[in-house]
Design a protein. Structure first.
Length: 403
């Protein structure tokens, strides 16, 4: 059956090339769209991780539910021990300590509510590869009372590098405390909302402000983002004796999951449109092919072939065309992906972000497989009605077409 179907396809070269082209371009379009969306999600995730969140964060139990507004009331006192216990895991690149707080930033005439973070400067530079300095410089270990402002905070407060400002906050025991700082730089991360409220200062200065030696979170940086869930499970088991909770970077950045859902829905709509386009294109060519060969099918029926055999023959031809078109589409899509990735696609900032980026088209196995299946499925579906019509045409009517 398949040998006969292949011979029939080769007999109608022009028609077969048209059908293969329609399928191939549809599959290539799906590969480009899917690879582009995957790249957007990967770059959004990596930008978020390497701006401020890290891959994992460890908090005191209950922080996620109650401690966001008053982080100074949920401090880890055994952070050094936790770092020593988990740092030896081969998947872990580094472990950082942070102390979060809420307070007021004052430059005299203006008071700005901020969310502050006491950080380990050298380690943060290694993690924050997606955090750029737009004015001044990064914090260093020597900046005992240095202050790094988010771009939004700097714009509202009017502060610039070299100027001085005060931070005022409440300590965990209810007292008020304030310290003077020198602004050393202004940063821009991947998140516009984060930059609108965040300031950073050395961990020792933040602990002095809060009159505490604790930290709010232990931030874990991994060698590979793909290991996040596995390491989270391992750490939960390792730290089961501690009153802590572990959050992965998607849990820390709920906008990412919303972005994933939005882009997946858009890709699903695009896949459906591509399926319909391929279906209509192939239906047209297969209808013409079957119409031109009605006399041939009548001869097959007159020689003793059953209706089911004619039906299977047409479907076998469409399946071969579908497989061939999918293979052509895979090669074309892969080639175009490599070319576009080499050229680079300059993109504006994503919604809710500050930084533009250079996009590429990723060759993802799941996208390649799905695009191929869509191409083949559309072709086979397009052949069902013409195959039924060819099989049901009365022999006498079909034979008259030979004349």
């Amino acid at each position: 059956m398949f040998k006969l179907a292949l011979r029939n396809i080769l007999r109608h070269t022009a028609r077969s090339i048209m059908t293969l082209s329609a399928i191939g371009f549809g599959v290539a379009g799906l590969i480009l769209a899917g690879g582009f969306v995957e790249d957007v999600l990967v770059q959004l995730g990596e930008g978020t991780i390497h701006s401020h969140s890290g891959h994992l964060q460890i908090f005191v139990r209950g922080y996620d539910e109650h401690g966001r507004r008053n982080p100074e009331n949920y401090l880890l006192s055994a952070s050094g021990q936790i770092r020593e216990r988990i740092a030896a895991q081969p998947e872990i690149k580094d472990v950082l300590l942070r102390l979060g707080f809420s307070g007021l930033l004052s430059n005299g005439p203006t008071d700005v509510p901020v969310v502050g973070e006491g950080v380990e400067a050298a380690r943060e530079v290694e993690l924050g590869t997606s955090l750029s300095i737009t004015a001044g410089r990064q914090l260093t270990e020597g900046d005992h009372y240095g202050l790094l402002l988010g771009e939004g905070v700097a714009a509202v407060s009017g502060l610039k590098p070299g100027q001085r400002a005060s931070l005022l906050l409440s300590t965990p025991d209810g007292a008020l405390n304030a310290l003077d700082f020198e602004v050393v730089g202004v940063f821009r991360s991947f998140s516009k909302d984060y930059d609108a409220h965040a300031v950073r200062l050395p961990l020792t200065a933040a602990q002095e402000l809060l009159n505490s030696r604790g930290v709010t979170s232990v931030v874990v940086s991994l060698h590979r983002t793909e290991d996040t869930d596995r390491v989270a499970v391992a750490l939960a088991a390792q730290l089961g004796d501690q009153p802590v909770e572990i959050r992965t970077w998607p849990q820390l950045n709920d906008f990412y999951e919303k972005a994933v859902e939005m882009y997946r829905q858009q890709l699903g709509v695009l896949q459906f449109i591509m399926l319909i386009m391929v279906l209509l294109s192939v239906v047209n060519t297969i209808n013409m092919m079957v119409f031109e060969r009605i006399g041939e099918f009548g001869t097959l029926r007159a020689l003793g072939n059953r209706r089911s055999e004619v039906f299977r023959l047409v479907l076998a031809e469409t399946l071969i065309l579908g497989v061939g078109g999918a293979m052509f589409g895979l090669l074309l899509g892969a080639l175009l992906s490599l070319v576009l990735s080499a050229l680079g696609l300059a993109m504006p900032p994503l919604p809710g972000t500050n930084v533009g980026y250079t996009a590429s088209v990723r060759l993802v196995p799941s996208v390649l497989a799905l695009a191929s299946l869509v191409g083949m499925a559309a072709t086979v579906l397009a052949g069902v009605l013409p195959a039924l019509r060819a099989a049901r045409t009365p022999i006498a009517v079909a034979l008259r077409e030979n004349h």
